[in-house]
Structures are given as structure tokens and as C-alpha cells.
Design a protein around this ligand. Sequence first.
Ligand code: FES
Ligand SMILES: [Fe+2]
Length: 466
Amino acid sequence: MNKQVKGGLKPGDARSVGPSVQQIIDRDGDNPPEWFHSEEWTYQGDENLTVDRYISQDYHNLEMERMWSRVWQMACREEEIPEVGDNVVYDIGSWSFIVVRSDDNTIKAFKNACLHRGTQLRAEDGSVTQFRCPFHGWTWNLDGSLKEIPCKWDFPHVDEAEYSLPEVKVATWGGFVFINMDKDAMPLEEWLDVLPQHFSTFPLERRYMTANVRRIMPCNWKVAQEAFIESYHVVEAHAQAMPVTGDANTQYDLYGDRISRLYTQPGVTSPHLPALSEQEMANMMMQSPRLKERGGALPLKPGETARSRYVQALRKDLEDRFGADLSALSTTEILDNIEYFLFPNFFPWFNFSLPLVYRFRPNGNDPNSSIMDVMLLHPVPDEGPRPDPAPLKTLRPDQSFTEAPELDQISAIFEQDVSNMPRVQKGMHMLEKGVTLGNYQESRLRHMHRLLDRYVATPPGKKLRK
Ligand code: FES
Ligand SMILES: [Fe+2]
């Protein structure tokens, strides 16, 4: 079939009408780092995705065996385990790990199972001086070495040196602790690719959790995360944002195999609507008294844009609230909604006013259920002690994100997102053609599935197929 379309565009080359993200950055007129002032995108194909990947137990089992067993995955924040002995239980599928600060300078991750008869050594996060099994009392030191076997005389066949707790790889970046079950895994620094560079003006390790909210979602983990991977859904799911959100002119970037980016700008009217004037947009964006007091007073002067006035007020507001000096940052760095994705399930936002992080994973081995974690990471004050992170709040499935006030104004928007998820999961069972995706706006989703497909096609012990 000839896939040339009218106008001679190749598949994937078509874009929305309206200004592009890069044109808006040009118009802002300041000088962001080149990784913001550039695009990185290649066509990912247009075949439909099979639905088995979202609904079948067999596919889930392959994901566990072939993908989750050999990828770096974010297990917790370092700030959750500040003292020696502090530990977090990280579960993925039927596997469970203890992530522990084993001494002042070391974080380790152990398989969460007593080497006697398998009892989980830790059932929940907490702080311990040793790992003592609640069944018969076998005990390990924080470094994983065996400390005690009650009635040792009955176990002459147990060589203590071989009964340390099995470890998996651990590495940190940006205040996050990552683990990897694959002993041959590439170093985390290599896995992270462009992320450390792109976050160099937004150091995540200098932030702390002001929200840490978990909810069980009635859908596959990929259905849940794909509700947050594009701005195509704004027109229907978040229509209230359209007057001041450049939804269809969002930029999507794909970096290598594992990383992608969504770049949506405020102060740009959705191409679905007649364009608002700069003054009309400014009126909508500057409603809060805090912003008005901090340079957001109206009307605009000749030559000003809604973005230029908004960034002036927002910069001042953020500086007042967090004691930070943001004078060196460009408009796009302060204003724009820049969401990164790191395969397979980690979404750190580059966003000063709404510093979100998402993580999605299977809930046990049920392909129709997943765990969604949402964090907010605000700056650590320059002076005084580091604030304690918000405790984990786990919402029951019947609870709404609006019952987590620490999520602030974002919870109502999340409710718009999650309300579709059970319907997607149910409807997928009826899809005969598979899942149909847009060439550009849904390219991050396809990019993720291309790598997932490669993992799922590669048996254990084999090198990942190209
Ligand atoms: S199962 Fe742990 S001590 Fe027996
Ligand atoms: Fe959304």
C-alpha cells in the first residue's frame, strides 16, 4: 500500500497546525540548554499493537521472565532510608526485595526470603538492626551475612559463608534507588543515557517528597502508564485546559531505545480552539493572588506575551516559596510541562511548578491490575535540615486521588485520567484489529513497545535482539 499522504508528507511527518514548541521557545527569546532547544524524533512505524500484551497471562509471564528480570527499575527514594537499618520493600510481580541502608555509605538490595524455608524477611517498610525471620529465627546482618541459626547443631550441612542473603544490583541517581536483577546488566549511568544531562538544571537529589501516593488501578500497568504518555487525550479528557495549553502542538522526543519526552507548553491556545489573545490567556493564567502580587498584574504591556508575564510571576513565586535562585533558568525550563520516560515504567517530570514523578508496575501477577505511584518532589531549602519526606499514602481502590490533599491541584486532573482506565482494560478484550496509534502523538507509546517486544522475544541468557 502506498503510504504517501496528500501534500507529499511521509508517514510521521504530519504535525498539528499552530506554533511548534521550538517556535515558542524562539519567541520566548531566552537561551535554554540545547537539549530543550532541539528535537529528536524518528518514525516508529504504524502497525497496530496486539492486545495480548495488555490482557494475557502468558504475555505477563513473559514480561516477568524476560523484561522485569533484567531492567533497572526505580525501587525507592534514598530519603526513605536515611539511617542505617532503614529499609523499603519493593515488590514486582511475585518477586520481593529489601532495599536497605546497610551502612552509612552503602545501600544494598536483597531477595526478600529467608534461606531456611522462604518466609519473607520483611513484610513492610521500616527500620531494623538485623533481619530476623519471624518463623524460626534465622538472622542476617544488615550487610547480608548470616548471623545466627537457632539450633545450629541441626544444620551441619549449612555452610555459613554460602548462606548470605542473595543480592541484586543497586545504583542511585537523582536521589532515586534503582535495582536490577540481572548480574550482567549495563551500569545504571549507561542505562540513564541523556537523563543526567537533561536534568542538570533540575537536580532531583536536591528535592524531597512532599507527596508519595499509591493506588491500585484496575488495568494492566501499561494501560495505566499510557494514560500519561501523550497529550493527545487533553482534547477529550482535560478539555478545561485547552484555552491555555498547546496540546496538539506538543513536541515528542525519542532518545535511543529507552528514553522519551513529552513537551507541552502553557500560554499557547490549543489548535482545537480559535486562538485566544495574549491578554485573554494571561487573564486565565494569572488568576491566583500570589502570582498577581509577584509581577503577574495585568494588563500586559505592548510586546509582552502571556508566557513572558507568567514566567516573571512564577519565577518570583517559586523563589519566594523555596528560597532558590532561578534567575539563570530560561522561560521554557520554568514554565513548560516536560515529562521524561525511562523504560520500562519511570516518569520524572522536568517541571518547576508541578514536580511530578510517576511509576507503574504490575500488581502481583494479575495482568488486569497494576500499582500506580505518584510523587511530588519539591526543593530542599538551602538552609536548615532536610525536611522529612511525606509518608507513603496508599489509597484503597475505591478511594479517589482527591482524598490525598498532598497532591494539591493535580488530583482532580488525575481523576479525569484514571476514570478511563477500567473501560480501556475491558474494551481491549473486544478489539479485533488491535490497538491503533497516531504516528506522532502516540510515538512514545510505540517506542516503549518496540523495546518491550525485543525483551519479550529474547529468552533468558540470550543477548537482547536488535
Ligand atoms: S523460614 Fe525463616 S527461620 Fe524458618
Ligand atoms: Fe491526562
